[in-house]
Design a protein around this ligand. Structure first.
Ligand SMILES: Cc1cc2nc3c(=O)[nH]c(=O)nc-3n(C[C@H](O)[C@H](O)[C@H](O)COP(=O)(O)OP(=O)(O)OC[C@H]3O[C@@H](n4cnc5c(N)ncnc54)[C@H](O)[C@@H]3O)c2cc1C
Length: 380
């Protein structure tokens, strides 16, 4: 029985997106991996064809679609075996802060550009000395009565080079309670005092532009605060359920890609005159991995249904983020072992898949933090 049902409109959207990926993404991945960023152009093309910000109402240029459209985008990007095009981060993680907490003026100013791909967004929480424990961030936001002045540094910011708009989490130094000190601010690229640092050369997601961001007496209008002052921490927590679900779907979709590729390889490759897939040891590996991937798929599909229905699934999404991203890494390692030396050249799709899957346990809250959240909400 199918847990997650798609309508004809969803299916048509997936078919159009798959065609788009084959035309506009797949041919460029090699170059993007070398450049360490995707092209500006692909963002605009995605926007023009209606593949960005699918949840936004059509008044802002979105589809007004449910979260199943977001899942389709994540899955179709995963099918291209490249995680550099951070459209899900933009559409389903960053832009929802603006659509949920922005005032009408902020929404009118930014959301149409976010949907069209003319505005690429990023969210900057992490600092060189503050990752999991966001309350220890040191970037400050001081209101001098006319403007807000930002000072500090952020690191590992996805879309950090291409972004036109960053949501920056910063603290009011006058507020002693760290959880009540954080607010979120909209900072446009080109604002004096805002500088993008070097692109980080990292282990996975090579075509994802991840960068440091610096704020030095960076003055922004008071109207650029998102939501109420001091509510930043709660706003971040509120949006993490969807962020973690996005990661869980990414983990399962990546595992499905790798398993599918390896299954085909094992059927097509002969050793001693017979296909690898005829060896019982290989069969057992493939059967075990298929079982795990099906478990992951069943789990995330159920959570997507719950999320679309508006259920509070914080415990389950925390579990799914850690388990499904670990599934991606586990499957990557086991597939590589089956393929053997043919899996080691850079040209083997498993190499990039393994690198990209591995890093998923770190972002959007590390997998240890996920277990901590689950434990807390389970009352342990
Ligand atoms: C590819 C990539 C993209 C990223 N994109 C963004 C982005 O767009 N925006 C952004 O703001 N950040 C981003 N990050 C940063 C990411 O969110 C942080 O790396 C993450 O929150 C962990 O922080 P940290 O690396 O400082 O590790 P730390 O918090 O220093 O943790 C180090 C280790 O200690 C463990 N640990 C820490 N605290 C606890 C605890 N309480 N209980 C148990 N274990 C604990 C962690 O699990 C980890 O194993 C990105 C990171 C990567 C790798």
């Amino acid at each position: 029985m199918e847990i997650l049902r798609y309508t004809d409109a969803h299916k048509d959207f997936r078919a159009r997106l798959r065609d788009f990926m084959d035309r506009e993404v797949v041919p460029h991945i090699g170059q993007w991996e070398t450049d360490h960023q995707v092209s500006r152009d692909v963002w605009r093309k995605m926007g023009r064809e209606g593949f960005l910000c699918t949840a936004l109402p059509d008044t802002y240029g979105g589809l007004g679609g449910d979260f199943r459209y977001a899942v389709i985008v994540i899955e179709e990007i995963s099918r291209t075996n490249h995680g550099g095009l951070a459209a899900p981060l933009h559409s389903d993680i960053v832009v929802p802060y603006i659509s949920s907490y922005g005032d009408e003026a902020q929404k009118d100013k930014y959301l149409p550009g976010c949907a069209s791909g003319d505005i690429v967004t990023a969210v900057a929480m992490t600092e060189p000395g503050a990752g999991s424990d966001l309350s220890s961030m040191t970037t400050t936001a001081e209101d001098d009565g006319r403007q807000v002045v930002l000072n500090g540094a952020k690191t590992f910011i996805s879309n950090g080079v291409l972004c036109d708009l960053v949501i920056v989490a910063a603290k009011d130094p006058a507020e002693p309670n760290p959880h009540q000190a954080i607010s979120l601010y909209l900072v446009e690229d080109g604002t004096p005092g805002f500088k993008k640092g070097n692109q980080l050369d990292k282990m996975g997601l090579h075509s994802q532009d991840t960068a440091e961001l610096f704020f030095t007496d960076c003055r922004i209008p008071q109207e650029n605060r998102l939501g109420d002052k001091g509510m930043g921490f709660l706003m971040l927590m509120d949006k993490l359920q969807q962020e973690r679900l996005v990661c869980a779907v990414m983990g399962v979709a990546a595992a499905e890609f790798m398993l599918d590729w390896t299954m085909t390889y094992c059927k097509a490759t002969t050793h001693g005159g017979r296909p690898l897939s005829r060896s019982q040891a290989v069969q057992f590996e493939l059967v075990e991995m298929t079982t795990e991937v099906k478990l992951g798929r069943t789990f995330v599909d159920k959570l997507v249904v719950d999320h679309v229905e508006g259920c509070n699934i914080i415990i389950d999404t925390s579990m799914a983020k850690y388990w499904c991203t670990e599934l991606g890494s586990r499957v990557a390692g086991r597939c590589l072992d089956l393929v053997g030396e043919s899996g080691s050249p850079e040209t083997c799709p498993l190499v990039r898949a393994l690198r990209d899957a591995r890093v998923m346990s770190i972002f959007a809250g590390t997998n240890e933090i996920m277990k901590g959240i689950a434990a807390k909400f389970m009352g342990l």
